[in-house]
Design a protein around this ligand. Sequence first.
Ligand SMILES: [Fe+2]
Length: 294
Amino acid sequence: MNPDTSLTHLRTEHSIATQKVAPFTGEGAYHGSTKRRAPPKTARAPQPIVDEMAPTTIAAYPADGSRAIAPFEATFPNVYVLERQLPVPTQEEVRTDGVVFCWCPLDEAIGLAGPLTKRVLEAMKELVVGDKRFVYVDSKIQYFEPGDVPVDSQHWHVDGSIVARGPVVEALGHNLLHDMLARLTSTRVPPRYLAYQSSDHCATVFATEPLTMTMPELIPDFDGLDAAIRELAPPCVSQPPASIVRTDGLSLHRADAATAAGWRLWVRVVETDREVLLDSSIIDCYGTVFRLPR
Ligand SMILES: [Fe+2]
C-alpha cells in the first residue's frame, strides 16, 4: 500500500527494515546544498526576500570578485533555554507515531500528528513567541545503529543562515555564501527555534555560553567555523531526552553520532518571516540516517 504523502507531511509505518541509510560523507548541508540548483519542476513566483533573510553584506562586494572577503568579530549569544521536560516516551511510542513533517504549518501539523508528536507540538505551541509571520514544523522518526548520524554532517553550525547566491557570489568563486555578518547584525531578529528530541542515545550538542571570535563575514560552508569552535572548546550540553529547548538562528550546535541503537523522534518548530513553499518532495529522504564506514 502506498503511504499517504504530501509535500509537507508523510504518514508511514516505520521499521528497522525500512529505515533509509546512506554513507556518511560529512558534506551534508544543513541549509541548502552547495551544489548548483536544478530548476524546480513547477515554477513559482520568487518570494520577496524578508529582512530576516536579506544577504546585505554581499552588496558591498564588486561584481568582478576583486575584493577579498573581509573578517569581522562575531559574537554568538548561544541562546539555549530548557523550556519543558516531557515524559520520556517508550521506543514503541516513537516507532509507531507515524507522521513526520517538513516545513508544515504548525496548526496543520497538530491536526495530522501522531499522539506523541501531537503532545510535543501542543507544548511547543504554548511557547511560540508569535512575532514572526510563519510557524513551521520539521520532524523525523529515525532508527540509529551505534555510530549513525542523524544528518550528513557533525559540523558546528547555526540554523536558518542567510544564504547569498548570484553573479557576485560566483565571481568570488562560490555557488553560495552564508552571510554571517548579516545574520549577526544585532538589530536583525533571527528565526526562533523550539527543538525536541525523544531519546538519550543521539542528542544534539549545543553551545551554552556566548562566544566571540574573528571569522569571515561570508563563508561558503561551515568547515572553518567548525574547526575554530572545536579549537575553542566552548561549554556545551547534550539536549536531555524528551526536553523542549529554545534556541535561535545564532545558537551554535552540532549533531552527534548515536551511542546506542534505537528510535528517536526529533521535532523542530521555527518561527520565521520567510514563507517556505516546497516545490518538490524532500520529505521521502528526510529521515535518512548516515553511517560511518566500519
Ligand atoms: Fe541544525
